[in-house]
Design a protein around this ligand. Structure first.
Ligand code: NAD
Length: 268
């Protein structure tokens, strides 16, 4: 059956964490433009409301649920609100994440380790646990035998330990392991895949002075644009394109995979 892109996600409900900014916002807008209703989550309500406004301008439905994904009570409340409003979640995108302050691992304060782990790895697991339990109880949509899809935003830094962002790398490697384990545990009812972005221009490099420096260092010293085969830094929409494919029935025979979207800078 042929479908236009506007129809590809019609009738679906997607929950995207950290969708007040960057990659999460681009994914939400792309999903909405393909017909999905959105649950916009962020710890920053102001930016989440801006994303909702952009989606409403497309004539699509969206609600905002403010929650810190590292806190189980807030995650439970978010799931309750999403299911009360829409009755189902077909696609979960675990996107919210923080980069942390760059340190060599031998200098990294324990507090910094715990905070980055709590959001990136614990948060991804917590939201998946709470939402997938509910997904397993919902009826499949007519267009698929699957009950739902999970898309985890990892990183190419999860495939090699990058210097000065070792804790971040560890969280992203952990997300790939969680993706593979959950793909085995939840098949054949739910697919679980990961996207590993390379260098994507977002606020993640701009929030803190140290991170601006880290971002600049990464761009200039570790991987210059010239080293990227496609010769440009990625845009959030580059990631959203692949997320939309993973959310659609076009990817129904894929699970447990970790796909690089990196302009060719990483090959594994
Ligand atoms: N930008 C890149 O180059 C790049 C590369 C690889 C992976 N990623 C990953 O992509 C994801 C999105 O990052 P981005 O680049 O769009 O950054 P971003 O800073 O623009 O967006 C991250 C969003 O997550 C939200 N957030 C942070 N902590 C949260 C929490 N505890 N609960 C709920 N929301 C929270 C922030 O408020 C923000 O809106 C992250 O997981 C990041 O690690 C980004």
């Amino acid at each position: 059956m042929s479908r236009t892109l506007e129809q590809r996600l019609s009738g679906r409900v997607a929950l995207v964490t950290g969708s007040g900014s960057g990659i999460g916002r681009a994914i939400s807008i792309r999903f909405a433009s393909e017909g999905a209703a959105l649950v916009i989550n962020d710890v920053d309500e102001k930016t989440a409301l801006e994303t909702r406004q952009m989606i409403e301008k497309l004539g699509k439905k969206a609600i905002v649920v403010k929650a810190d994904i590292s806190k189980s009570a807030e995650v439970e409340a978010m799931a309750k609100e999403a299911y009360e409003k829409f009755g189902r979640v077909d696609v979960l995108v675990n996107n919210a994440g923080v980069s942390g302050i760059p340190y060599k691992l031998i200098d990294l304060p324990e507090k910094e380790w715990d905070e980055v782990m709590a959001v990136n790895l614990r948060g991804t697991w917590l939201v998946s646990k709470v939402i997938c339990k509910r997904m397993l109880k919902q009826e499949p949509l007519k267009i698929s035998t699957l009950l739902g899809k999970v898309i985890n935003i990892s990183s190419i830094a999860g495939k090699t330990g990058e210097q000065t962002v070792g804790c971040y790398s560890a969280t992203k490697a952990g997300i790939i392991a969680v993706t593979q384990a959950m793909a085995r545990e939840l098949g054949p009812k739910i697919t679980v895949n990961a996207i590993c972005p390379g260098f994507i221009l977002t606020n993640i490099y701009l929030n803190k002075e140290e991170v601006v420096m880290a971002g600049a260092r990464i761009f200039e010293n570790i991987h210059t644009v010239g080293e990227i085969p496609l010769k440009r830094i990625g845009q959030p929409e580059d990631v959203a394109n692949v997320a939309a494919f993973l959310a659609s029935t076009d990817s129904d025979y894929m699970t447990g995979q970790a796909i690089n979207i990196c302009g060719g800078i990483a090959f594994h």
